[in-house]
Design a binder for this molecule. Structure first.
Ligand SMILES: NC(=O)c1ccc[n+]([C@@H]2O[C@H](COP(=O)([O-])OP(=O)(O)OC[C@H]3O[C@@H](n4cnc5c(N)ncnc54)[C@H](O)[C@@H]3O)[C@@H](O)[C@H]2O)c1
Length: 380
C-alpha cells in the first residue's frame, strides 16, 4: 500500500451549520406514497420548515399520511394543480411516480415554487428539456433527489478522479444488480413508472461515475433492454407479472465527449450474484469500486486504486468513510432548503442530470430500434 497516495484521500471533517429558524419555509409534498415518508421524516426535524400542504391522486391518502406522521393542520388536495393553485409555497417535494414528475415540476415552477424532484428526473429527454425550460423561465431552484452522491464514499470517488491520480479517464464499466430484487406497486408499469430498473437504480450507477468525471456530454448509445424475470410468474408474483411492462435488465455502450466510453448494465433480477464491480480506467491508474448484492446506490466495500510505482504494480486500498448520523436524505433536503434560503445553486443541478436522463432514454430508444443512436438534446 502506498501511504503517499492514501494520505491524499482522507475524509474531510464536516462542520454542522446552525439552522436559522427566524423565517419558516412553507413546504408542500406532492405524492404521499412510500418515498414521501423519507421526506416528511426529514422535514419534521427542521426547525425552519412548516409543512402546510399535501396532494395525492388517491382520495384520502394525503390526509392519512399526515395523520400518521402527526403533522396537524396540513391542507390536503386531490392533485398537484389544486394544491399549487390554492397555496403560496416556498418549496415542494415532488414525490410522485416517474410518469408525473414532469407535469408536477413544470406546474410548480410556473407557480414560482422551488422544487426538490425525486429521481429519476423524469422519463424522456424531451420531458427533461421541458422541465429545464420551465426552470430557466422561473428563476427558481430545482434540485434532483440523488442522495447517494452525498455519501462520503461517493464523494471520495470524485475526489480520487479529480486528483489526477488515475490520469486521463478513457473507459468506465458501471452498473449494478440484484439476483432478485424486483419492486412492485407503481414501479412496474409504463403508465406510472415509464421505465423500470433503468430509472429506479440505473440512474444511480450513472450518477456515481458521471459526477466523478464532471458529467461529460453523452454522444451515442447502443442499448439493450429486456424483462424476462418481471413478466415471469416463476420469478415474480403472478399478479405483478401479468401487468409488468417495463425493463428489468438493460445494458449499453455509451460514447461520451472527451473520448471516454461507458459500459453499463443494470438488473432488478438475474441468474448471477453481480453484473460486476464499477471500474474507472485512466492512463495512470484505475479505480475499482466493489458492487453490492442489492444495488441501491451505495458502495459495497473499500475501493482499490491500481497503479505503478517505480516499475512495480501497486494497489492502494481506500478505507470506507463514515457518514453523519443525520442520514443522506436529511442532507439532501437540507442542502436544497439552504439553497432556497440563501439564493444559492441547486445542489444536484438539472444541467448534469439532463445527461443522465438522456442516457436512460437513449438506451430505451436504441433498444427499441435495435441499433446505435446519436443522443440529440434540443436547445434549452
Ligand atoms: N431517492 C430515493 O431513494 C428513492 C427511493 C424510492 C423511490 N424514489 C422515487 O420516488 C418516486 C415515488 O416513489 P414511491 O415509491 O413513493 O411511489 P408511490 O407509488 O408509493 O407514490 C407515488 C404517489 O404519487 C401520487 N401521485 C402521482 N401523480 C400525482 C399528482 N399529479 N398529484 C398528486 N399525487 C400524485 C400517487 O397517487 C402515489 O400515491 C419515484 O420517482 C421513485 O423513483 C426515490
Amino acid at each position: 500500500m502506498s501511504d503517499a497516495v492514501l494520505n491524499q484521500f482522507t475524509q474531510a471533517v464536516e462542520e454542522e451549520n446552525k439552522i436559522d429558524a427566524s423565517k419558516k419555509l412553507k413546504v408542500g409534498i406532492i405524492g404521499t406514497g412510500w418515498i414521501a415518508e423519507a421526506h416528511i421524516e426529514s422535514y419534521k426535524q427542521m426547525p425552519d420548515v412548516e409543512i402546510v400542504a399535501g396532494a395525492d391522486l388517491i382520495p384520502g391518502k394525503a390526509e392519512k399520511f399526515f395523520k400518521k406522521y402527526g403533522v396537524e393542520g396540513v391542507r390536503c388536495y386531490p392533485d398537484h394543480k389544486a394544491m399549487l393553485d390554492a397555496e403560496e409555497l416556498d418549496a415542494v417535494s415532488v414525490c410522485t411516480y416517474n410518469a408525473t414528475h414532469a407535469e408536477c415540476t413544470i406546474y410548480a415552477l410556473e407557480k414560482g415554487v422551488n422544487v426538490l424532484l425525486e429521481k429519476p428526473m423524469c422519463v424522456t429527454t424531451e420531458e427533461a428539456v421541458e422541465i429545464m425550460r420551465a426552470e430557466k423561465k422561473s428563476g427558481k431552484i430545482l434540485s434532483i433527489g440523488f442522495q447517494p452522491r452525498l455519501d462520503n464514499n461517493m464523494k471520495m470517488v470524485k475526489q480520487i478522479v479529480q486528483s489526477g491520480e488515475l490520469g486521463q479517464i478513457y473507459y468506465i464499466q458501471t452498473g449494478g444488480g440484484r439476483r432478485r430484487g424486483i419492486p412492485n406497486s407503481t414501479f412496474i408499469e409504463k403508465k406510472t413508472a415509464g421505465i423500470g430498473a433503468l430509472g429506479d437504480i440505473g440512474c444511480y450507477s450513472l450518477d456515481m461515475v458521471l459526477n466523478a468525471i464532471g458529467y461529460p456530454k453523452p454522444l451515442t448509445v447502443s442499448g439493450y433492454k429486456s424483462n424476462y424475470f418481471g413478466t415471469n410468474p416463476l420469478y415474480n408474483n403472478p399478479k405483478d407479472a401479468a401487468r409488468f411492462d417495463v425493463d428489468d435488465f438493460a445494458a449499453a455502450f455509451i460514447r461520451l465527449e472527451g473520448d471516454i466510453v461507458l459500459d453499463f448494465r443494470i438488473a432488478w433480477a438475474m441468474h448471477v450474484d453481480t453484473p460486476g464491480d464499477t471500474i474507472i480506467m485512466g492512463t495512470k491508474g484505475a479505480l475499482r469500486i466493489p458492487s453490492t448484492d442489492c444495488w441501491n446506490g451505495s458502495i459495497g466495500g473499500p475501493m482499490t486504486i491500481y497503479h505503478d510505482m517505480a516499475g512495480n504494480h501497486v494497489e492502494t486500498k481506500i478505507p470506507m468513510c463514515s457518514n453523519p448520523p443525520c442520514g443522506l436524505f436529511y442532507q439532501k433536503i437540507r442542502s436544497f432548503l439552504d439553497a432556497v434560503k440563501e439564493g444559492g445553486k441547486a445542489p444536484v443541478p438539472t444541467s448534469q442530470i439532463l445527461y443522465n436522463q438522456a442516457i436512460l432514454d437513449g438506451i430505451v430508444k436504441s433498444a427499441e430500434c435495435g441499433r446505435e443512436i446519436e443522443i440529440q438534446i434540443p436547445e434549452i
